[in-house]
Design a protein around this ligand. Structure first.
Ligand code: C2E
Ligand code: CA
Ligand code: CA
Length: 739
């Protein structure tokens, strides 16, 4: 504050409910100033007291006016330093400072100096008096009239600003993604609109009434100020009964209430999607303008609430478990991410719970029974914790609890399920295992946190049932990386991020395309590709190759069908089959099932198995390969030359062709002709009556060499890299020998 400001009252800053009207007297005449101060002392006008500011020069006055926007009345001596100084001051007030509300009363020392009418009108000057006429009684009348019109003008201006704020804030509000966020903004907007402390509550009425037919309860979506802690509670839980009653009344009567110390706005369901009530502590009755403003505001808010409720329904679908209607893995990851970023993460824990022998129970009693158990577990967990604790279903029978360590304690959870008077019979399932991860101990992304916790849980379960451990990064050890990858692979399969690419195989003599090999591709959510040599061996080692292989087979056969439909039925689809897949007792039935489902002829399909697989459990493999060949499927031995197969075995092997491993093709042109294994492979193939195909052909020289040595087929970057089906179809159109 500028020190030229002179307050008459020292206690002018103390708070009082009464309005304070500021009056500025501008006059270089000290006697007049004194008289004015005396005359105004203790006056009450329109329920408010007067606060007098005094300026002794125009300069002083104009500085003051620029700083103080809320001066109700200016008593202005027209003639001071110069003749027109007074008018210049008013002009500056209106045009430069932009203050249209302060009232101006001109005073002059002697009669006959009245300013012209136009000037009074143009500068909105209210009154004109000679000082001698201004008796104490008249001063009061002048003051009252001026202050009344000032306060009216102020109200209009506030309304205009309020409307503008509503328009501006509406845009911001409608970006809110959920009801809570929007409600919080509503509260703060109302507070600034009415120039109040932000204290209030927004609640929404439940869709249905209680089972006993009572009034439906309402949940508090947002709250601010002293009510802050009530968020997420129901109205019944609110400890301030007056406030709860006011909100309830508003919802019952379906209308906005204007009470002595608060206002409760009502947003009806037909506009807002659900019945909302918004309590604002006003501590003073609102005036008509303010109420009018709130009405406009409410109307525009209803639309926002409606949009948001629509949005949250959409969001529910993405973040809710279909079966159990609790948050799903996505929701957990989102919350974990938020928690990990937050400084409060240190007192948070993530607990994973896995029902022991759930799949056994599922198998024994059917999935209906399994679902029933899952429902019970979800319900029990939900009821056991406050609403600030997140309960989510990660997958299958794996549940997650995320919340403060003080609330989420493993022994309590165990007790929850192990109580003697067990309220439900879990059949075969009578225990569960858990891992607790303190987020303070963890540095990494949400995805990795979940994976690590899953790994810890899996390790714990190796010890048997009913295991409850704490996550210890040290214990994860070297397997962590592979395990993470396996989990990520499973998620990728579920999210459809596994695909195939197709690489053409060419007849070197005719340049015709004879086949394509289907190769697995995994693109991670961040766009990066995981090479098959990383995930296929892992899947093989863990048994996950069975579902994965099934998927890849399906994708390959669907692509074969599309090729055939596009007029390329003569192009064989080569599918890589791993040992565990081939050795499944029902492999042939599965394979036939896939063929039928895709509508593809067996003759269009080639199965590639690696040499090492072919030579293992030889009899069983032969049996399967024979069955395949009887159907019309051709069989290729992949990576041939790396496995030291004996010629006698090879002779008995039911296969159509050998694939010369890329490592031997690379040698072409680098080594002397006589050391070349490729040459030996081609000769062996000829002896056992099989065809050969060279893989990894990258140069013209390699192609020429293999052709010259009696290998008529080739596959490699020289002709084409593996590509998605769509691209392949285009490539085929441009390849001269494709049709
Ligand atoms: P593979 O069956 O020997 O496949 C040939 C690999 O050589 C492919 O690598 C292919 O992209 C690559 N390749 C083809 N031509 C050239 C070339 O001219 N130069 C070079 N440098 N490389 C070439 P990819 O796709 O990385 O596959 C690697 C291995 O992963 C495959 O070796 C196969 O063992 C396995 N794999 C890929 N897809 C599947 C599948 O669907 N099922 C199974 N069980 N295994 C698969
Ligand atoms: Ca292959
Ligand atoms: Ca190969």
């Amino acid at each position: 504050m500028d020190d030229t400001l002179r307050f008459l009252d020292d206690d002018s800053t103390t708070f009082s409910d009464k309005p304070v009207w500021r009056v500025l007297a501008v006059d270089d005449d000290a006697d007049f100033q004194r008289a004015t101060a005396f005359g105004l002392n203790g006056l009450e006008v329109l329920g408010g007291r007067i606060e007098l500011l005094q300026a002794y020069s125009y300069r002083e006055a104009s500085r003051l006016l620029a700083e103080q926007q809320d001066i109700a009345l200016i008593l202005l001596d027209v003639v001071m330093e110069t003749e027109d100084a007074g008018l210049r001051l008013v002009k500056a007030l209106r045009d430069v400072i932009g203050n249209a509300e302060s009232r101006v009363v001109l005073l002059t020392g002697e009669p006959g100096m009245a300013p012209v009418r136009e000037v009074m009108r143009d500068y909105d000057i209210n009154d004109y008096w000679t000082k001698s006429e201004l008796t104490a009684e008249r001063l009061l009348t002048v003051l009252t009239a001026a202050i009344r019109s000032y306060s009216q003008l102020k109200a209009v201006a506030r309304a205009r600003r309020g409307l503008q704020m509503i328009v501006e804030s509406s845009n911001a509000l409608f970006c809110s993604r959920n009801t809570r966020e929007l409600s919080a903004k509503i509260l703060s907007e109302i507070a600034s609109l009415l120039d109040l402390q932000a204290e209030g509550i927004v609640c929404v009425r439940a869709e249905e009434g209680n089972a006993d037919g009572g009034e439906p309860d309402a949940r508090i979506v947002s709250a601010s100020g002293r009510f802050y802690r009530a968020i997420d509670e129901t109205l019944d839980q609110l400890d301030n009964h007056d406030v709860a009653d006011a909100l309830r009344r508003c919802l019952r009567e379906q209308q906005t209430l204007r009470l002595s110390n608060c206002t409760v706005l009502f947003f009806p369901r037909f506009q807002a999607g659900a019945d909302y009530a918004c309590y604002v502590a006003t501590e003073r009755p609102l005036d008509d303008t303010e109420l009018e403003l709130l009405k406009v505001f409410s109307a525009s808010i209803s639309r926002g609430l409606y949009n948001v409720s629509l949005f949250s329904r959409l969001e529910e679908m993405a973040y809710q478990d279909d079966l159990l209607k609790i948050p799903n893995r996505n929701a957990l990851i989102r919350m974990l991410e938020m928690t990990l970023r937050d400084s409060s993460k240190d007192d948070r824990v993530l607990v994973l719970i896995d029902i022991d022998n759930f799949s056994g129970a599922n198998m024994a009693f059917g999935t209906g029974y399994g679902d029933f158990i899952l429902g019970l577990v979800a319900k029990k967990l939900r009821e056991a914790f406050d609403s600030n604790v997140l309960i989510a279903r990660v997958r299958d029978d794996l549940f997650a609890i995320l919340g403060p360590e003080s609330q989420v304690r493993a022994p309590d959870i165990v007790a929850l399920f192990r109580s003697n008077n067990r309220p439900y019979e879990l059949g075969q399932v009578h225990s569960f295992s858990s891992t607790t991860m303190r987020l303070a101990d963890f540095h990494g992304s949400a995805g990795v946190a979940l994976q690590d916790a899953r790994l810890a849980l899996k390790q714990a379960k190796l010890q048997g049932h009913d295991q409850h451990t704490f996550y210890d990064p040290q214990l994860l050890g070297e397997h962590a990386e592979s395990f993470r990858m396996l989990l990520a692979l499973r998620d990728a399969v579920e999210a459809g991020r596994i695909s195939i690419e197709l690489q053409p195989q060419i007849d070197l003599r005719s340049r015709k395309v004879t086949g394509v090999e289907a190769l697995a591709r995994w693109q991670q959510a961040d766009g990066r590709w995981v090479p098959p040599l990383k995930f296929i061996p892992l899947a093989e080692a863990t048994g996950y190759i069975l579902p994965l292989g099934d998927l890849l087979m399906r994708l390959a056969l669907q692509a074969a069908k599309k090729l055939a439909d596009a007029g390329f039925a003569h192009i064989r689809m080569a599918v890589n089959v791993s040992a565990p897949q081939l050795l499944q007792h029902d492999f042939i039935e599965r394979f036939t099932g896939h063929l039928e489902a895709a509508g593809v002829s067996a003759r269009q399909v080639e199965v590639e198995i690696t040499e090492s697989v072919a030579m293992r459990t030889f009899d069983t493999v032969c049996e399967k390969l024979n069955a395949l060949r009887e159907m019309g499927v051709t069989v290729a031995i992949d990576d041939f030359g790396t496995g030291f197969s004996s010629l006698s075995y090879l002779r008995q092997l039911p296969a159509d062709r050998l694939k010369i491993d890329r490592s031997f093709v690379v040698e072409i042109g680098e080594l002397g002709d006589q050391q070349m294994i490729a040459d030996a492979v081609i000769q062996i193939a000829a002896r056992v009556g099989m065809q050969v195909i060279a893989e990894g052909v990258e140069t013209q020289q390699q192609a020429a060499w293999v052709l010259q040595h009696g290998c008529f087929d080739a596959q490699g970057y020289l002709f084409a890299k593996p590509m998605p089906l769509k691209e392949l179809l285009g490539w085929l159109e441009s390849w001269p020998g494709a049709r």
